[in-house]
Design a protein around this ligand. Structure first.
Ligand code: FMN
Length: 359
């Protein structure tokens, strides 16, 4: 099973709480995390793009670095780990995104991929005068289809002349060509998101409903993706987003989780729910639909909470989900978390035994 890390490009990572570790994102913090991840054989690191935080007492995600810039820096100091940046497609023309990706492909010697997001939070774009109107929610995957087509044409042939509804290329050029067809990644959970990913992406994130310690939390979403991908004649790989909170004993790890829950930043959570509710077209199985239904729980995605042995066992059970290629991890404290994963959890995992043998 592949293992990745969703690096904390925004303050406080993925716990919307005042009692979880509070920190500001920086290059140095992310460098430390990614260098440790590379040392322990992590397969990839991905950074998101978030242009407006949720506020509240924890100032959740009010501080965020820019994704491509961060990954370019990390590309120059790593040598093996795959790196992925995220583009908010409403903010950047596809030909420029293709050129930035080609540049990081050059810096990383072929270790770079692009995660595409259409946007579920209007305030991120409206604050810059870039919000196209509420209809965007309806046609966002049609726009993304043109966006991906332009990039893939440029990377494959150095040219795109696409005359689309959303983008018009006039003999647009790109050179030098990247060292490989740069992989696209998506986190579509809606039907149209999964259909898009099945056609264009090397990977799609398949999120569960967020049960604690349910290793099969994401299984239904994986099945949906693999069915669509098979129907499209592609092999889009399924990844699951998973938070780990680990300690010496199950009780100690659970006590940390309870402590974070007690400090849940309800103001920030409510703000994100209100943003997600702006998408009147959102199906319940889309990202916006899921955030909308979120109650006082400070995170979306699977959660594995327990002793190092418990977490290793649960990850091995996840590895048995048919069609799941890997997991992308988040932690309450990323530096300690990656270290605990490398030293205490991974050596116990059957699904990472090859790596332990190689080490
Ligand atoms: C692993 C992962 C990464 C994501 N990264 C971002 C991101 O960087 N920016 C963002 O606005 N949304 C991000 N999202 C949310 C969704 O990708 C995004 O809202 C997508 O457009 C949802 O499509 P859907 O309606 O098909 O679910 C991420 C979700 C996951 C699970």
């Amino acid at each position: 099973m592949e293992i990745g890390v969703f690096i904390p490009i925004g303050n406080n990572g993925w716990l919307i709480s005042t009692t979880s570790p509070q920190y500001t994102p920086s290059f140095d913090l992310n460098k430390e995390i990614v260098l440790r991840a590379e040392k322990y054989g992590f397969d990839f690191a991905l950074s998101m793009i978030k242009l407006r935080g949720f506020g509240g007492p924890s100032r959740f995600w009010d501080d965020n670095l820019e994704s491509f810039t961060l990954m370019a820096g990390l590309a120059s100091i790593t040598s093996r780990i795959e790196l992925m940046a995220t583009v908010a497609v409403l903010t950047l023309p596809p030909a420029l995104c293709a050129r930035m990706a080609m540049t990081i492909d050059s810096i990383s010697h072929g270790r770079f991929g692009v995660n595409l997001v259409t946007g579920w939070q209007k305030a991120e774009y409206d604050q810059m005068g870039l919000w196209p109107g509420e209809e965007h929610y309806k046609y966002r995957y049609d726009l993304l289809t043109e966006y991906a087509t332009v990039m893939q044409e440029l990377w494959a042939t150095g040219r795109s002349d696409l005359k689309g509804k959303y983008y018009t290329m006039n003999d647009c050029r790109l050179g030098p060509l990247p060292s490989r067809q740069i992989p696209l990644i998506c986190a579509g959970t809606s039907d149209s998101g999964i259909a898009f990913a099945s056609k264009f992406c090397a990977y799609n994130f398949c999120s569960g409903v967020g049960q604690v310690n349910d290793p099969r939390d994401c299984a239904d979403a994986v099945t949906r993706l693999k069915a669509q991908s098979a129907a499209a004649g592609t092999d889009t790989k399924a990844l699951a987003l998973t938070m780990i909170i680990a300690d010496e004993t199950d009780a100690a790890a659970m006590a940390k989780w309870e402590h974070y829950l007690a400090g849940a930043d309800h103001e920030a959570i409510e703000w994100s729910r209100a943003q997600a509710s702006g998408d009147k077209f959102a199906a319940d199985n889309s990202t916006a639909g899921r955030i909308r239904r979120r109650t006082g729980v400070p995170f979306g995605g699977s959660r594995l909470i327990g002793s190092y042995a418990t977490v290793a066992r649960l990850l091995d059970e996840m590895a048995e989900i048919e069609g799941l290629a890997g997991v992308m991890l988040t932690f309450d404290d990323f530096v300690i978390g990656v270290e605990q994963f490398g030293q205490r959890i991974q050596p116990l995992m059957r699904s990472r035994a090859k790596l332990a043998a190689a080490a």
